[in-house]
Write a protein that binds this ligand. Structure first.
Ligand code: ADP
Ligand code: MG
Length: 390
């Protein structure tokens, strides 16, 4: 469903649920990171894209005038309520903590809220690495902007949403997901500097290319310590190299100082430093519609994540190999794992004309090689959070 269809859908569902039409409607998208992996906690850059999959929310004032907000989700049996006369804290059902955190962010800014009936629906698959959580937080904040007529600067809104995830959902996430969901613009990617929070929209208006997201539908539950271990190795590298973070080193400088690091930590640093350079080059390549070079940077990113950073897995590597086999002549410019790794998904840059054939081929070959059904999504760069009815 596109945004127009979704708007009609949520309005109809709201009527069925609450017996009247909604007054306000707002939506926010999920995202995929095109390039810049494991760079965020090294003060580096990322280039995410808002996808044409959204969380949409509709609301009306409560009929009984009580200071209670009721959130209902089309995907959940239990409603989540927020009693505005009490101190807000995490509560059951768990999913309600994402919107609850959004409400808390508004109250913390001194904005007055009255009771509301809310219904939400998401076309972002939950828990698939496309950030349904950020879409939900940012949609909540955008809905509350409509309700209260108080506009929040998009960067502040992204930080409010991130705080909701930290404080209410208990997930210590970075800033990327909320930034792209709040600041995305149709036909653009976002170059985000994770150190300064500065953003640049990168036009990707060429309709001849699209992105395909291939979810491997595997999640290798490792000890869970891998992420913390990688972070610690990056900190060790920065410390031994005498810089604040790996962002502050070039590849040349790293090579001259190789002796200061163990072989393993050197490879970790080589990934991060190389990836930051690739990310900046990719942003230039996207701006110039140099698709073959952007595609090569994506393949190089994958190789580095697989060999130097060691966060890939067999299924992700298989998807990238299938993409390489299909190749440039049949419409794939590049492909890489996206997200933290050890499962999750890949993102491929493809020719729009070839999307159907490529999707079929990847699904079939992945099934043959792994016995697993992949979930595949196609998107062009979508708009960020929007108020659809005010
Ligand atoms: P991801 O962000 O990659 O989709 P997360 O685990 O971070 O995965 O967030 C998924 C969680 O967000 C869900 O388990 C649920 O609690 C909440 N959530 C997201 N979208 C919805 C929705 N439409 N309805 C209810 N809960 C949702
Ligand atoms: Mg999430």
């Amino acid at each position: 469903m596109n945004l127009k269809e979704l708007t009609a859908f949520i309005a109809a569902e709201f009527r069925k649920t609450y017996g009247r039409a909604p007054r306000w409607i707002a939506a926010a998208p999920g995202r995929v990171n095109i390039i810049g992996e494991h760079t965020d906690y090294n003060d580096g850059f990322v280039v995410p894209m808002a996808i044409e999959f959204y969380t949409i929310m509709a609301a009306d004032q409560r009929a009984d005038g009580k200071g209670i907000i009721t959130f209902r989700s089309t995907s959940q049996p239990d409603a989540a309520t927020v009693n505005l006369s009490q101190l807000l804290k995490p509560a059951a059902p768990k999913w309600g903590n994402y919107p609850r955190g959004g409400v808390a962010g508004f109250l913390a800014r001194g904005v007055k809220l009255g009771g509301l009936d809310v219904l939400l629906h998401s076309t972002v698959p939950l828990g698939s690495g496309l950030s349904s959580s950020a879409a939900l937080e940012v949609a909540t904040a955008t809905l509350l902007e409509a309700v209260t007529s108080k506009t929040i600067d998009p960067v502040e809104k992204a930080l409010l949403a991130q705080k909701a995830e930290h404080d209410f959902a208990g997930v210590p996430c970075g800033i990327m997901d909320q930034f792209i969901s709040a600041l995305g613009r149709e036909g653009h990617l976002l170059l985000l500097d994770c150190r300064t929070h500065k953003t640049k929209l990168v036009p990707m208006s060429d309709p001849s290319v699209a992105l395909i997201i291939i979810n491997t539908n595997v999640k290798h539950e490792l000890s869970g310590g891998e992420y913390a271990e990688r972070r610690a190795q990056c900190e060790e590298a920065a410390r031994n190299l005498g810089v604040k973070s790996l962002r502050d080193m070039t590849a040349d400088q790293l090579d001259k100082n190789k002796g200061k690091l163990s072989e393993l930590v050197y490879r970790r640093a080589r990934h991060v430093i190389g990836e930051i350079e690739r990310t900046l080059h990719a942003a230039e390549g996207i701006r110039a519609s140099s698709w073959p070079s952007v595609g090569n940077l994506m393949y190089a990113s994958h190789t580095s994540l697989r060999d130097d950073y060691e966060v890939s897995c067999a299924e992700l590597d298989i998807v990238v190999e299938i993409a390489e086999d299909i190749g440039y002549k049949d419409g794939i410019y590049g492909c890489r794992m996206t997200g933290g790794g050890f499962g999750g998904g890949c993102v491929a840059l493809v020719k729009t004309d070839c999307v159907d054939a490529i999707t079929k081929k990847i699904a079939a070959d992945y099934k043959t090689k792994t016995g697993i059904e992949a979930s595949i999504f196609v998107s062009r760069p979508a708009a960020g959070a929007t108020i659809l009815q005010n």
